[in-house]
Write a protein that binds this ligand. Structure first.
Ligand code: CA
Length: 390
């Protein structure tokens, strides 16, 4: 996957810190960072309520779509040199922090090939999709406090598993540590409790998009999820891009999902189906092991939001909505080692003769994503994570 994708068409937001200075809002342009608080202080940019001097994007995200559009238009003029040449700080000279305080974290399960593969692996002989799957975007509430910025090492978790079904469970480090390649949608504009967000208006609540690695301990997950959903098998760490690409930057890459919605969903979920045409990749120790695309998502983020709020639950600024692991129908398009190695039964052959079923200590995983090509390309910032022994 080529470099680039951080030109005028992208302009993602993040939180950066230079040695000895407070953390504040920046925008990435190429290999540099625009310091928005300084631009505002110099009169080159409106700063709604001092939001750009904050150590999290939440205050700016809460301002809503009109403020986001105004800032984006102004920043695009600035980086084009129309009004002034803004100073750039070299990316190498800053530390990148978690870009926003995560409010609620919900992880959906919206890729049909991933859901069907999970069914074939864990419920052989029955329908690969659960009976609710084509009727609503199902998901679970995750742990927001352990969402970290890409680059943060991930420690192998301890827990209970039952590798031998005839023997008692055992406690120890997970032996089936996995990666899940997902998109993460970041909520900016909140909604009121008790009011469902109509599907046609739902995308207006989305501030931006990140790559998301939903680290998963498959052995802990398999033993604990009977029948309640993911808990300790997922809650130890979730990594996201340190830069949030504005939803506006990805509008040109809306495309039809690769699997049509059949049967037509309930009225509150009904819209012209759409997905984002983003090429996605998992790299393990420098080698690409899977390539897939955002168009393999069956349910859109708008449908996910309409479903999440239809019972009166509210959206909060800083909510993070994971798409669910994104897999395509081909083996090389599977977004997790669970699927790539078929739960360990078919080890993945790596360059140099090595094999992998699940992650080993010292392994480094990088998620990459890019939409479009050339000057108009829009990249999602890499999500990097190295496994540290338990
Ligand atoms: Ca997941």
């Amino acid at each position: 996957m080529t470099a680039g994708g951080f030109g005028r068409a992208n302009l993602p937001y993040g939180i950066f810190r230079r040695a000895g200075e407070p953390a504040r809002v920046g925008v990435r342009f190429g290999e540099g960072v625009l310091d928005l608080a300084t631009l505002a202080a110099d009169g080159l940019l409106d700063d709604p309520g001092g939001a750009f001097a904050q150590p999290a994007l939440n205050a700016f995200m809460a301002c809503g779509p009109a403020a986001w559009a105004a800032a984006r238009e102004r920043l695009q003029r600035l980086v084009s040199g129309v009004d002034a040449e803004p100073g750039l700080i070299a990316l190498d000279d800053v530390e990148l922090l978690l870009p926003f305080a995560v409010a609620d974290y919900v992880d959906f399960w919206s890729s049909i090939d991933h859901a069907a593969n999970s069914g074939r692996i864990f419920r052989p002989g029955s329908d690969p999709l659960p009976p609710n799957w084509r009727h609503m975007p199902i998901g679970y509430h995750g742990r927001s406090g352990t969402v970290v910025a890409g680059g943060t090492p991930v420690r192998r978790p301890h827990g209970q598993s039952r590798p031998d079904r005839e023997a008692p469970p055992v406690f120890g480090p997970s032996a089936k540590l996995d990666v899940e390649l997902e998109l993460g949608f970041v909520i900016g504009a909140p909604s009121a409790m008790g009011e469902a967000v109509p599907v046609a208006l739902a995308a207006e609540h989305v501030f931006g998009v990140v790559l998301l690695n939903d680290w998963s301990a498959r052995d802990l997950q398999a033993f604990e999820s009977q029948p309640l959903g993911p808990f300790l098998g997922k809650s130890f760490a979730t990594s996201i891009s340190p830069w949030v690409t504005p939803m506006a930057a990805l509008e040109p890459f809306r495309a039809a999902p690769l699997t049509p919605q059949e049967p037509a969903p309930a009225d509150y979920l009904r819209e012209e189906p759409w997905a984002l045409d983003i090429a996605l990749e998992i790299e393990l120790n420098g080698e690409a092991i899977a390539r897939t695309n955002g168009r393999h998502l069956y349910w859109s983020v708008a449908q996910q939001i309409a479903h999440l709020t239809v019972n009166g639950a509210s959206l909060r600024t800083g909510d993070l909505l994971g798409s669910g692991t994104i897999s395509g129908p081909a083996r090389a398009e599977r977004g997790s080692l669970l699927e790539l190695s078929w739960n360990g039964a078919e080890p993945l052959a790596l360059a140099g003769g090595a094999e992998r079923t699940f992650l080993e200590d010292g392994d480094e995983v990088v998620l990459r994503g890019i939409a479009g090509e050339g000057e108009d390309a829009v990249a999602l910032a890499d999500v990097r994570g190295r496994i540290v022994g338990a």
